[in-house]
Design a protein around this ligand. Sequence first.
Ligand code: FAD
Length: 432
Amino acid sequence: MQHVKRKALIWLRNDLRLEDHYAFHNAAKKCERIVAYYAFDPKQFIVIPWGFKKTGKFRFQFLIETLKQLKEELAKKNISIIIECQSPEIGIPKWIDTMGITDFYFQKEWTHEEQNVSNRLRSKLSDDVLVHSFYDQFLFHPEDIPVEVENIPEVFTIFRKQCEKNCKVRHCHPEISCFPKENILNQDFKIPALADYGFEDIKLHPNSAFPFKGGCKAGRDRLNKYFWETKKLTYYKQTRNGLIGKDYSSKLSAWLANGSISARQIYWEVMKYEKEIKKNQSTYWMIFELIWRDYFKYISLKHGDKIFQLEGILTKKYNWITDKSKLYSWINGTTSEPFVNANMIEIKKTGWMSNRGRQNVASFFARELLMDWRIGAAYFESQLIDYDVHSNYGNWMYVSGVGNDPRDRKFDISWQAQKYDSQYKFQNLWLK
Ligand code: FAD
């Protein structure tokens, strides 16, 4: 029998790394040739009816920096990356045909838009192509958790305790070896620039709490700084509600969101830190927060499109309004609450906001202004460097009273400002 040369195409979306990557690891074992593929899907750059782009300039900048580093990392292994500015469901089938791809790999995404794209794409592939899709974005792998997805508890603590007791985090996939030179394509693909998408150049704001660049190397550097060099991890639980500067929390969310670092990599680094430096409540809390991240992924896996519906997963009815002038006073930081305003100006100018800030501005938007919470979530989607569909919509539902908060709470904004910004340092930073 004639030996069939196996050629893999790896479609990258929110898994923009080479290390600890299921597809690269498995395809490298199985296939003689590998090529990676990334699409800047025009659907992600439309202007939505509320007047802003679905993907804003800060996240876009972080994304192009991420791709630049990934391209370099791949080149070291003699792997090319095809980069196109078109829908992947149009681009990929053509490459599969022309290159004679035998194996097609991609990380499973289950939210509405992402699933539509993969369904359309799969329907265009010939039956001869072997399709490998997999979950690689979780801390606790879906095959390892002790409950079926449809029975995921609606209360985080129950889920966390079940997983902590009965589930182990998998080890990272080992580094792959280098492919022969013939694996490199003789075409080089350009990464678009900000101007190609109508964005102006971004100058880092001097007050930014997120002065970092995208890319797996930058993510690894941040982790090394926060954990090993400055040992801030030892104090994380005391500082995590902070508002100013780069070190009150890890800031790893942005790399996690586009997959340039994996939750497993962070987990195993915390384990190493606990062994070699210090194990305390703060080191545990980093894992605790990573479990929150997983939890929102499982909630969206369980509830599907409900996470985008007004009544949320609780199917709870409130009288929501949609008022453009209220929306823009929130966006521009001109509401009656200075603490909300300071946070909103921060996100507008930098693409970043602390967790404490996010909770307050979201609560104000949904519970005080009574605005349709999905508009606020859509603004975060556009603006946040670390936008992640599950964490964003999950947290917004939670704060808006249609999600997983067993207590029906509304933040007392002046009390919060007094507690977390008693000297007005944060408010003065953005309002003066
Ligand atoms: P750290 O405090 O250092 O935590 C470590 C990691 O744990 C984070 O990187 C993140 O992956 C995870 N984590 C921490 N808190 C949460 C949380 N509440 N929910 C889920 N995961 C968490 N996070 C996003 O990554 N993307 C979003 O789009 C997003 N939208 C949000 C919207 C609202 C309304 C709110 C209230 C929170 C949102 N969060 C979102 C969660 C949280 O604010 C950020 O993950 C956190 O501020 C990121 O900073 P960090 O990496 O320094 O976090």
